[in-house]
Ligand binder design. Structure first.
Ligand code: ASP
Ligand code: MG
Length: 421
């Protein structure tokens, strides 16, 4: 008998009928012999509705964050109680709980609190008594006893944290898609569902656009080694299991293509080459809380260099102001900027250590006549910045070039031409 944490998102509990369907699924999982702990989101659209009410009352002023938490936490209180009732109707013994009732302790940072500790004693007792605990996601309690919430999408994190605290054998995230795909099927209809992906790859996939899971939940699952499965509430299937990467050590496995439409690029042209340029430009950017994504410093020519970086498009105007000031201070020739660039990332274990992967990617883009503006690599990704207008065609070209419509692709290490030293 295994212990499984099942989390159902807002669309899965959007109506009384759907709550009934979730109750049927939970009952079936219990009948199959497993112990189940359920975590729920608020009904779809409810948290947005509550945010809207707060805005209306506060007349554009920022609502008090403590009161915001009191308000937002109410959405999940409704769904957990309703599901517990629906389970009881099906002869499944169940009880709903708010965050503080099952000791989900957080820090004091209202509206974006972090979980500090969970005492699983009460949940354990409920499970041992044969009941299904139905826990409100997204909320906890601070040391002073006040309610807190974990940031939008935080129910995923609640589920993973409970799975870790209870040493569950799996944390299942039920949502409206049936898994993680090789890329966004709206861009590439042939995209394939992945059976499995590693935590590291999933972090790249979710931070770069595949918004299936809250990124914090994936980090949390990786840290505590909680096997995480994304699957559909509405269509039966195995979903995608997110776990530690196995695979042959020397080969690379390409899992998919993530992308990000909303980037902007800024370049300081013709800066005198001297130590500390990057720091002079980026320190005020960082101080302003603007996140820098890619950074590129070209090789100096005639003692001059170009320094380029990208930011999220929302931060573009602000970053441009800062860079223009820095350009003046450093005596740069000019600032060149483009608010319409996009990033495409090929995601897979070991992509960096196989030159033929980069060659194939650049070949595919060249054939599609797509100019590459910047490149960066890590152990699990190879990213390029392109013009925004080229994004979709670029994703399709790369997906095709690697044959990802067949699913993940294994690249074996090359043997020929290897010199013995
Ligand atoms: N209801 C919250 C939100 O919409 C938390 C969640 O659904 O994960 O952000
Ligand atoms: Mg969500």
């Amino acid at each position: 008998m295994a212990l499984i944490v099942q989390k159902y998102g807002g669309t899965s509990v959007a109506t009384p009928e759907r709550i009934g369907a979730v109750a049927d699924k939970v009952a079936a999982a219990r009948d199959a012999g497993d112990d189940i702990v359920v975590v729920l989101s608020a009904m779809a659209g409810e948290t947005d509705r509550l945010v809207g009410l707060a805005k209306a009352v506060c007349d554009r002023h920022r609502p008090n964050p403590r009161e915001m938490d009191q308000l937002l936490a109410s959405g999940e209180q409704v769904t957990v109680a309703l599901l517990a009732m629906a389970l009881e109707r099906r002869q499944v013994s169940a009880k709903s709980f708010l965050g503080h009732q099952v000791a989900i302790h957080t820090d004091q940072v209202h509206t974006k609190a972090r979980i500090a500790a969970i005492d699983p004693t009460r949940l354990r007792a409920e499970i041992d008594a044969g009941r299904v605990p139905v826990v409100a996601g997204f909320q906890g309690v601070a040391a002073d006893g006040d309610l807190t919430t974990l940031g939008r999408g935080g129910s995923d994190t609640t589920a993973v944290a409970l799975a870790a605290a209870l040493s569950a054998s799996e944390c299942q995230i039920y949502t409206d898609v049936d898994g993680v795909y090789t890329t966004d099927p709206r861009v590439v209809p042939e995209a394939r569902r992945l059976d499995q992906i590693s935590f590291e790859e999933m972090l790249e996939m979710s931070s770069l656009g595949s918004k299936v899971l809250q990124i914090r939940a994936v980090e949390f699952a990786g840290k505590y080694n909680v096997p995480l499965r994304v699957l559909s509430t509405f269509v039966d299937g195995p979903g995608t299991l997110i776990t530690y990467g196995k695979g042959a050590m020397e080969s690379a496995v390409i899992s998919g293509i993530a992308f990000n439409r909303d980037e902007a690029q800024l370049t300081l042209v013709g800066v005198k080459d001297a130590p500390g340029i990057a720091a002079r430009v980026l320190a005020p950017i960082a101080a302003a809380g603007v996140e820098v994504d890619m950074i590129l410093q070209n090789v100096a020519r005639d003692g001059l260099l170009d320094f380029t970086f990208t930011v999220h498009r929302n931060d573009y105007a602000y970053a441009q102001e800062i860079v223009t000031a820095a350009a003046k201070a450093l005596g740069a020739a000019r600032v060149e900027s483009d608010a319409h660039v996009a990033k495409i990332s090929l995601v897979g274990m070991g992509v960096r250590s196989h030159a033929e992967i980069a060659a194939k990617l650049f070949g595919a883009l060249a054939e599609a006549n797509i100019r590459v503006r910047m490149v960066s690599t890590s152990e699990v990704k190879l990213s390029v910045v392109v013009d925004e207008k080229d994004l979709e065609e670029g994703v399709r070209a790369i997906h095709r070039a690697f044959g990802l419509e067949q699913g993940p692709v294994r690249i074996e290490p090359r043997r020929e031409g290897t010199k013995a030293h």
